[in-house]
Design a protein around this ligand. Sequence first.
Ligand SMILES: N[C@@H](CCC[C@H](N)C(=O)O)C(=O)O
Length: 277
Amino acid sequence: MKFVKMHGLGNDFVVVEGHALPVDPGALARNWCDRHFGIGADGLVFVLPSDRADVQMRIFNADGSEAEQCGNAVRCVGKYAFERGLVRRRDLVVETLAGLQRIVLGVNGSRVEEVTVDMGEPILEPGRIPVALAEGGTPSGRVEAAGREWAFTAVSMGNPHAVIFVDDVEGTDVRGVGSEVETNPLFPNRVNVEFVETLGPGEIRLRVWERGCGETLACGTGACAAVVAGVLEGRSGRKVQVHLPGGTLKIEWAEDGRVYMTGPAVEVFRGEIGQPD
Ligand SMILES: N[C@@H](CCC[C@H](N)C(=O)O)C(=O)O
């Protein structure tokens, strides 16, 4: 099977184009995303035909679980679709399990360098995130992890996030706290966990423990969720530079209620791989 290795700020993916999902995409994700025995990636992305949009994206985490949405992968899919002639326009629509995503490509010559994605309206009703909190008001609560309580704000960007504000993100035990929060029964579908240090109204530092793959160098939906939580909690403005270990994303929770994300998409190499034994 032919694949392309791509990344968005170091959040890396094996990208495969096909007509339909293979029989066991979760098993392929576990094998191919393995950094020692496979190609190595945070997730496996399928670019498929769609009857509702220009292309369809399906994304599987490195542990084989399927995610509804992925901000960094959807930018990579936009670049892939344009540069391979699947779409000739610079604005296109990508179908995901979380709905239709409108994206605008920043093209330099024949290369896509930057992509802006309309990530839609954040979901804040606890039952739809999902998180076991009472309905009404800001979806915030407390969760126990690594021997203490942490205040969190829950946000769904199509996939679930728990945003935790900290004083020093570098000194935070992202693995210890993140892995416990990910599987806390408060979150029936597990959860991505964001650790946010506010630098000013328009600037934050972010590290993310991702559901199904651990700490990554960047998370697009996590950056969107962090900005939404910052606005809800009065900790940041609506237009924010989000500094992640892999680089910076520009996020805006616009007055139309939708969240817009702008960042790069990069192709690293192409290859061919057989089915695992
Ligand atoms: N890295 C992604 C999110 C990938 C899916 C996530 N791990 C989940 O299970 O929801 C992003 O850039 O948004």
